[in-house]
Ligand binder design. Structure first.
Ligand code: ZN
Length: 284
């Protein structure tokens, strides 16, 4: 078993991120498996060094170790950045394009919002034969063109055409995620319920590209951590404007204790100080 902790250094980690890492870590450690730390820095414009540092600080404080991945921020920048794997991402995008599954889309986010379609995309450019030009068009996958077999087992039958190459020329999140999970041979992914559509898009993309091994990765989706107003943490205002470590008094036991409550784990009198203290109480 290989699970992964896959943070993005575009903000300070929030409790929802950490719960997710603890879940992936516990699942691997309980099964005698391994953990990969795979930092998603494709979106370089949003990355900041203090966010990268925060990832390592928090993981260390909570006691979440990993078997595969960068030793620290410097090692990450030198040897593990997704920029070093760009070739394999472009190869996947070209494969999809060469098979006729992709098309250039010139619709901007603003145009879609003005049409009342914020966050939605009904495939306006599917048959317009636009030419792909960096900063003018993105490349989208035409989900209606994919082999029927790729839809087997998927719940979402109305997925929208996802961007696979962004307008700024950067491969989309899904592309990096698929390539990296395959490259490191991840076997199990525990991710939030909000990423269920993302999982299905990734399964579709991988199937369309003939990356059959991706279908063997087990995905499990967990309920999201919400704030008192019922909002998803990552979306609530200020959720990642500070590092959790400096903002909570005695943060690690607080995080571990509330994680245990969230998971319905019976800790009895145990006061967890590190993630490993939860191992005995974790039931698969
Ligand atoms: Zn379009």
């Amino acid at each position: 078993m290989l699970t992964r902790m896959a943070p993005t250094p575009s903000g300070f980690l929030h409790a929802g991120n950490i719960y997710n890492f603890i879940l992936n870590w516990l699942a691997a450690r309980k099964a005698g498996g391994q953990v990969l730390l795979r930092i998603d820095d494709l979106d370089a414009a949003r990355m900041r060094p203090e966010y990268l540092d925060d990832i390592f600080r928090v993981l260390e404080a909570v006691g979440l170790d990993w078997d595969v991945g960068p030793a620290g921020p410097d090692d990450f920048m030198r040897n593990w950045s997704q920029k070093g794997r760009m070739e394999s991402y472009i190869e996947l995008i070209e494969m999809l394009n060469n098979k006729g599954f992709a098309y250039a889309c010139t619709c901007s986010r603003k145009e879609l919002a003005e049409k009342g379609l914020a966050g939605k995309y009904p495939g306006f450019c599917r048959h317009k034969n636009h030419i792909l030009v960096t900063d003018e068009s993105a490349l989208r996958l035409n989900v209606t063109s994919l082999p029927e077999g790729c839809w087997a087992g998927l719940n979402e039958q109305n997925l929208e055409d996802p961007v696979i190459l962004r307008r700024d020329g950067i491969p989309a999140y899904h592309i990096g995620s698929i390539c990296d999970d395959l490259f490191w041979e991840v076997t199990h992914v525990f991710r939030g319920q909000d990423l269920k559509p993302a999982t299905e898009i990734q399964q579709l993309i991988a199937c369309a590209a003939g990356l059959t091994d991706f279908a063997n990765i087990e995905f499990e989706h967990h309920p999201l951590l919400v704030n008192d107003e019922g909002e998803k943490l990552s979306k609530s205002a200020g959720a990642n404007s500070f590092t959790l470590l400096d903002n909570l008094h005695n943060p690690v036991p607080v995080i571990l204790h509330s994680f245990a409550l969230w998971k319905g784990m019976e800790l009895k009198d145990t006061r967890p100080e590190k993630a490993a203290d939860l191992l005995d109480f974790y039931i698969v």
